[in-house]
Each structure stands twice: as C-alpha cells, then as structure tokens.
Design a protein. Structure first.
Length: 325
C-alpha cells in the first residue's frame, strides 16, 4: 500500500477536523497505550512519540504500558479485556491481528474482528532479505542457486511465526530449494549471528536492514512487493524474482480499541492520530526506520485486515507452517 495524492488530501482534511472532534470527545483522564514489546526498543520509542503527540490532543496524560510476552499476544489480551471508552489503546504491528491467530491458533486467545475496533495505522514498511556483504550472491536468484548447490541454506526471521518466517518458507517451497528457518527472539540477535557468519541470511523489515547495508556489513538481495525502493534502486523486488502473492509490506503501529467503542470515540481518536503522524517528531522517527507515514481510516484498516488475513491463511496452508506451541 502506498500514499496517493487523494490519500494525502484526505489526511489533511482529517487533520483539520481533529480539533473540532477533540473538543467534545477528548478524555478527561489519563489514557494508556499498551504495547507487547519491552522498553528501549524501536517500537517502544514509536509508542512514546505517539503518546507525546496524543497528550493534550486525546487525553491530559498518555502513558505507555509495556506488556511483553507471547509474541505481543499478552498486550492484545489486556486491551481486549479493557473498557471500550478510549482510555486503553493497543499499538501493535498489524500481523498480530492478521497472522498470529492463523499461525498460532491454539495459543491465541482473541479474535481480531470481534474483540477489537480498528482505528488507524501510523505507517507501512517493507520486508528485506539480507546476506553478509562478502556473500557471493548479488540477488535472490543467485542466493537460491548458491543454496541449491550446497544442499540448502538457513534464514532467520526476527521471531517464529512472523511474516518474514512465512516469506522464507514460501520462497523455499516455490523454488524447491531447502531453506531452514532458525529461531530467534528478536531482530538484534539474528542480525548479530548473520554478520558473524552463524546463519546464511536474514529476513527483516527495512529498519533492520538499511543500517547494516549502508554500513557495508550486509547486502540486500530483495525487497518485498512489486517495485524497487527509490532509496535502493539496484535492489530487485521479490515479484521481479518471480515470487508474487507474498506480503508486500507491514502496517507499523496499528491503533486498536477494545470492541464496542463508540463511533464518536473511534473517529476522534483517529483524528488525533492523523494530527500526531503529521507532526515532525513522529515523521522524523518514521523516516529513520524507512517507514512511510500512512494513516488508514477505520473502515480501510478493517478492509486491510480482512485481505491480509486471507493472504496469510493461504500461505500457512501452502507451506504447511506448524508453530512449536
């Protein structure tokens, strides 16, 4: 998904409406943004910037509550159980809503469509496939040929059951090249082992890969989607390599409320998020992680959730993915 001129105009119009909406629906008490990741990481930084921008726009005080565990599911469960009054907000990567219930159905205790109310997204980022800078392969077909000649290769997603995990499995299945996923608990240790030579490749988001590429430590073999990046025009898109019908990008910072939130609360929070994303601090942060600002309206976010859920269901079935739950 990409921002169109029409989308940009709509964003501006919503920003103009925000102050009117907040005059009647802004909370008179502290609100909390719940995230399923620990303090100090990139997502925590994003949440705190959002909280800063929502302070005074949405509530007198907005705090961030870290509820890490179970691949973000603990945070989702906490928000599911909260009152739908706008005081408890879930900020999550969208695959926690669209992929996790499909990939890990036995241990996922929420339904994204009946337990939550979609409000907005903050941005989108794409996936990338990395090898060490001294690897002989210059693109994904060359890497697959190299792996075939060796009888297989390894790849690491940031966590088990992430979209990157399914991308690797799907490429392995469709190419006929054995690619073995190596489990990690986050991007940092996986990247460390890639650069140290313990694994052959890593599939992450652009924010993971760009610093290592620009630092001369890693090479990007491909980016997700159908088009190349303007910032890295020499890196082919996955579709160019013959791998279509894979996740194109990830919605970063999906804003969700518990089910039953009133329409006026949803629209007022959406308008506040529009203003927050338009502010310089958030935009600067998104730029550093190669994330494009994109605030989807509640109905558009719901539509994306349905389409993304169907895509992940088809990939899980085709690859036979089975989590170690």
């Amino acid at each position: 998904m990409h921002i169109t001129r029409r989308g940009a105009l709509a964003l501006g119009a919503l920003a103009g409406m925000a102050r009117t909406a907040e005059a009647t629906t802004t909370l008179d008490r502290t609100a909390r943004i719940v995230i399923g990741l620990p303090p100090g990481g990139p997502y925590d930084t994003l949440a705190r910037l959002l909280a800063e921008q929502l302070r005074g726009r949405w509530a007198p005080q907005v705090i961030v509550e870290n509820r890490p565990g179970a691949s973000v599911r603990l945070a989702a469960e906490a928000v599911k159980a909260a009152a739908p009054d706008g005081a408890t907000i879930l900020l999550t990567p969208l695959p926690v809503m669209t992929l996790t219930p499909v990939a890990m159905p036995r241990t996922t205790r929420y339904d994204p469509f009946t337990d939550f109310t979609p409000v907005a997204t903050i941005g989108v980022t794409r996936f990338c496939w990395l090898v060490r800078a001294d690897h002989p392969a210059r693109d994904l077909p060359a890497f697959l040929a190299w792996a075939r000649g060796r009888g297989g290769a390894t790849f690491a997603p940031p966590v088990v059951g992430a979209p990157q995990h399914l991308i690797g499995l799907a490429v392995s299945q469709r190419s006929g090249v054995p690619l073995t996923a190596v489990s990690y608990r986050g991007a940092a240790p996986a990247l460390q082992d890639l650069l140290g030579g313990q694994i052959d490749s890593y599939i992450g988001v652009l924010g993971d890969g760009i610093p290592a590429v620009r630092g001369g430590l890693a090479r990007m073999l491909a980016v997700s989607g159908s088009r190349r990046l303007d910032s890295l025009p020499d890196v082919p898109a996955l579709m160019e390599a013959g791998f279509a019908e894979l996740p194109e990008d990830e919605a970063t910072g999906a804003v969700m409320l518990p089910a039953g939130a009133a329409d006026r609360v949803v629209m007022a929070l959406h308008a506040a998020v529009v203003e927050a994303v338009a502010a310089a601090p958030l935009r600067q942060r998104l730029a550093t992680t190669e994330t494009a600002p994109q605030v989807l309206a509640p109905n558009d976010l719901a539509a994306r959730m349905r389409a993304e859920r169907a895509l992940y269901e088809s990939i899980v079935r085709a690859t036979g993915f089975r989590p170690e739950e």
